[in-house]
Write a protein that binds this ligand. Sequence first.
Ligand code: G3H
Ligand code: 13P
Ligand code: ZN
Length: 325
Amino acid sequence: MSYNYKDLGLSNTREMFAKANKEHYAVPAFNFNNMEQMLAIVEACAEMGSPVILQCSTGALKYMTKEVTPLLAKAAVDRARAMGSDIPVALHLDHGPNLDAVKSCIDAGFSSVMIDGSHYSFEENIAITKEVVEYAKNFDVTVEAELGVLAGVEDDVVAEHSIFTNPDEVEEFVSKTGVDSLAIAIGTSHGAHKFKPGTNPKLELDILAEIERRIPGFPIVLHGSSAVPQKYVEEIKKYGGELTDAIGIPNSELMGAAKSGVAKINVDTDGRLAFTAGVRRVFAEQPGEFDPRKYLGVAKEEMKSYYKEKIKEVFGSENAYKAGK
Ligand code: G3H
Ligand code: 13P
Ligand code: ZN
């Protein structure tokens, strides 16, 4: 089945980002892998009146399938409307590896895509991004690209160290590619182990400021921005999980970024931790429980309440649109 995202009630990110930059907040881009996570995300955002980007990695797409994923995103729109909220909802491909993956997602009903050429040379990154932008334009689908390399795990690609984005390259990259938003590397990283224990978890905010000076008003994206809440790490460990040296980006470091030119902030790991803590709690406290609604329901509510907290503490996107309940 093939869909146009507009027929699913989805939005691309263009207006979302323009409004976010004008009103000095960031749009939450939360990854999802199943119906419970989708509901947690959309209900949190609808209750807060925050725009939302439902973000889907290639691994998540494989898991949920190409047939189900766009319809889950449509269901998210319907759920928000049933709650009385008018928040825009985008379905975004996270870390798209090549033009074929992008084409197949646009055909499936995605409203926004990322082409991740960050592991290529500057020139190759420009070439592959430009090709994607040219294609996506035909469908009014917005495109995110990345300059610089984040440390950590993305699908099967592992980068040992981050390579911070070079501010000297951003103007040329943006103008030559025609891309809609740009992900940069300033010290965030993917996964639950962002900093070594005993080191100071800091972002390179000077690089961010310099990039903003070079491309004023242009939507900037931060990946790898989970806070790795210690309350969930402790709870997971208490109930038999193994998680050593899990350290994230303090919310206080991100708050300033959200108020600046950063229009989109990606969070996946925090939702996974909240969800897992919820499942483990039910299994530990009610060992006789085997109704999936009972443990997945608790996990969903935990993820939803954490995301509402994060929207308030970091994104600043509450009440940008009509809230619902
Ligand atoms: O950037 C990576 C995201 O957290 C997605 O992770 O590829 O395991 O779904 P995943
Ligand atoms: P976290 O692992 O910090 O949640 O980052 C997610 C991300 O950047 C998805 O693209
Ligand atoms: Zn990412």
